[in-house]
Design a protein around this ligand. Sequence first.
Ligand SMILES: Nc1ncnc2c1ncn2[C@@H]1O[C@H](COP(=O)(O)OP(=O)(O)OP(=O)(O)O)[C@@H](O)[C@H]1O
Ligand SMILES: [Mg+2]
Length: 377
Amino acid sequence: MASVTLAGINKRFDDVHVVHDLDLAVDDGELVVLVGPSGCGKSTTLRMVAGLEGITSGELRIGDRVVNDLSPRDRDIAMVFQSYALYPHMTVYENMAFGLRIRKMAASEIDSRVQEAAKLLGLSDLLQRRPKALSGGQRQRVAMGRAVVREPAVFLFDEPLSNLDAKLRVAMRLEVARLHKRLGATIMYVTHDQVEAMTLADRIAVMSLGVLQQCASPDEVYRRPTNTFVATFIGSPAMNLFPVTSTTAADGQVTMVGRGIQMTWTSGAEQAMPGELTVGVRPQDLQVVAESDADLHLRVDVLEPLGAETFVYGALEGGADGATGQRDAATQERCASPFIVRLPPDQSVRSGDLLHLKLALPHFFDTQGERLSQFDD
Ligand SMILES: Nc1ncnc2c1ncn2[C@@H]1O[C@H](COP(=O)(O)OP(=O)(O)OP(=O)(O)O)[C@@H](O)[C@H]1O
Ligand SMILES: [Mg+2]
């Protein structure tokens, strides 16, 4: 196993700048998950690490070896894609052995690796089957088996589970976690699935438009998102954002007002809060209270009863408009999304109601969308 270090990596396709100054260090044995919207450069990044795509500038190291100019087969890397074409005319055993045969490995060594990988992936009883006689999940495991037998320094996974149905995904997610634990493997893993990202990752790297926004533990990314992009990208349903104007009193009490908002906050920080800021709150950190205790007032539009919980969508309403300061366009747009509250299913709410809400665990961002971490608890 080995570490992977991307230092100042850029990728351009002609005049399209797809990956910008990417610095990312994956430790030996670490599983880093890359997430971000479609087209943000996740696959391109993996393909550069694999050597399937050239690097425009910057340095890529595997272990302490610079590999920018090394061909894919000399990088000691195995990649598993979403579409994992198996050879249909070969058995499971042959599919897994094939890559080792081309490398002219001794038959006895091939056999022991295939048997070992099959055991690890629960494929021992299926080695003589052909792919068409396997379920989707079993095929996916064979694709992983092909990577595992190589015993590479680094595994690269590009949405390996997205062809599977929901139930199989959960099963395979556990499989990947087990694989990571058993092999102590270094893994870079791309996914669209939030749950996959949160549950598998040692660290999550969040990308937007080819720029790394934050790379930290799932807990850190969730609890302290570095900006309004990460705040609304990680967590489902998304964090609510709303603009406020704040006034800090001599005793540190901060009053915040905005449309449908009148709240106070006791800041532990020495300095005053900026006059204009953006507040974030997750849907589950809101509670229905009496009007006199409320921080926010929400006019209910649509309800989504999901059994164990109900999502309530609406818009903040009442009071003066308050916040008028300029915010960056993206944050402004995020503030304009419907406001979402997660309520227990026994709470009786109807469309058209005005809900009075108290918030907990607020997140504070400046007008450019950057986290005001000095005001974290
Ligand atoms: N060969 C290419 N020539 C020009 N542009 C490309 C090429 N390959 C990728 N791109 C562009 O690079 C950007 C990043 O693509 P990439 O495939 O890395 O995105 P992604 O994050 O993996 O997205 P998805 O989640 O949809 O898989 C996209 O805008 C894409 O159109
Ligand atoms: Mg992709």
